[in-house]
Design a protein around this ligand. Structure first.
Ligand code: PLP
Length: 377
């Protein structure tokens, strides 16, 4: 079979999405599935939508375009602040975008006017992680300025934590988001339909029984795809953690000394880890490398140890048996390895189950999803 490849089990991904949609529904929280780690795969998008996901989000307009061209019609959001150079495409392919800069929002309004559309704006608020977001004390001014623009409409508010600085979503910062929401509504007299509390790192808070306040949406990527809680990189109970497997092929298999010889300087990617063992080992080389994966994000089967990776070679130690040339080794991936392997044109993507075989889900949300209302635009 073709190698290297990602084996993607759509049924397991569907199950994970469905499980999280069901767990969050009683809290009135809808799910936006974040597609960036899938490169905007229409197959995975359809599996998510059939699981009850209401909107799709991606940081890159190219991925959104790919889903549109793949026939996906669900409401989509650009969840990274648009580049000025991309506003026309953002208006064309998405219903709304996440924004923090007035200059960009003005350009979005101009582009929407040309396209005879109204583009939705979700304002991102900075609550401590120090990535994107308007500082809370600047929000009123920003809203005031947006209200002057003819072809954009403020649809909601959001925040993002745990990405740059690892700030944990908790009762305090989530209450701050609810407070900001209430304050904007009472100052300006219009409702904020979307209150998007964060990403997979918010699940622990959202499902802990805490008061979720005004938060009615989460944007989930890693937790659905990998069944993993990004705060501590622990499996989420009841979810599949093996929906996506990377398979690579052995191209050399030999008994070799574990210690290199000669004068040692840096290797191709910096300072090599000093070999832990002495004596001889069973060494195998797989035809995959840093161009395709993040070696630190691979989890090998228990009797195989990853030693080093260069651009095109992954060197492993096989502990119990010889791994013959031509044989294959499966790996589990973390988010970083998944992102890179999905993006690599050298890794084939094999679907283990077509999304069309999956059953559509029944409506689940208690509160009507405000995001669904955007789909008519
Ligand atoms: C990537 C991203 C997400 C999804 O994060 P996960 O940890 O994969 O759930 C959500 N929101 C924003 C703004 C993002 O960039």
């Amino acid at each position: 079979m073709i190698a290297p490849r990602l084996e993607i089990d759509l049924e397991k991904i569907h199950f994970n999405a469905r499980t999280l949609v069901k767990r969050l529904a009683p809290k009135g929280i809808s799910v936006t599935a974040v597609m960036k780690a899938t490169l905007g795969s229409p197959e995975i998008a359809n599996a998510f939508l059939m699981a009850g996901v209401k909107t799709l989000g991606d940081a890159r307009i190219e991925n959104i375009t790919r889903m549109r061209q793949g026939g996906v019609t669900a409401p989509m959001a650009l969840i990274r602040s648009p580049m000025c150079s991309q506003v026309a495409r953002v208006v064309k392919y998405t219903e709304f975008s996440f924004n923090t800069e007035l200059d960009v929002i003005r350009l979005l309004s101009d582009a929407a006017q040309k396209a005879k559309r109204v583009h939705g704006i979700v304002l991102m608020v900075e609550l401590g992680d120090l990535r994107e977001g308007i500082l809370p004390n600047a929000l009123n001014h920003t809203v005031q300025e947006i209200l002057r623009l003819p072809n954009v409409a403020i649809k909601g508010i959001g925040t993002n934590l745990a990405c740059r600085s690892g700030v944990v979503p908790d009762a305090a910062n989530m209450a701050a988001l609810s407070a900001v929401t209430n304050s904007i509504e009472s100052t300006f007299g219009f409702p904020l339909d979307i209150v998007s509390g964060g990403n997979s790192a918010n699940l622990h808070w959202a499902l802990s029984g805490a008061d979720t306040g005004r938060v009615n949406n989460l944007r989930l990527g890693e937790s659905i795809l990998l069944g993993c809680d990004p705060l501590h990189r622990k499996p989420i109970a009841g979810l599949h953690t093996d929906a996506i497997t990377l398979v690579a092929e052995v191209i050399e298999s030999k008994v070799k000394p574990s210690q290199p010889w000669g004068t040692i300087a840096q290797n191709a990617f910096g300072i090599p880890a000093a070999p832990k063992t002495v004596g001889h080992i069973q060494q195998a080389i797989l035809a995959i490398g840093r161009q395709d994966i993040d070696p630190a994000g691979l989890e090998a089967p228990h009797d195989i140890e990853i030693l080093e990776a260069s651009s095109d070679h992954l060197v492993v130690k096989t502990k119990r048996f010889t791994q013959p040339v031509g044989s294959e080794i499966p790996f589990q991936l973390n988010y970083s390895a998944l992102l890179r392997s999905m993006t690599s044109p050298f890794i084939s993507k094999i679907w283990k189950k077509r999304a069309t075989a999956l059953q559509p889900s029944l409506p689940l949300l208690k509160k009507a999803s405000p995001l669904a209302q955007l789909s008519g635009k």
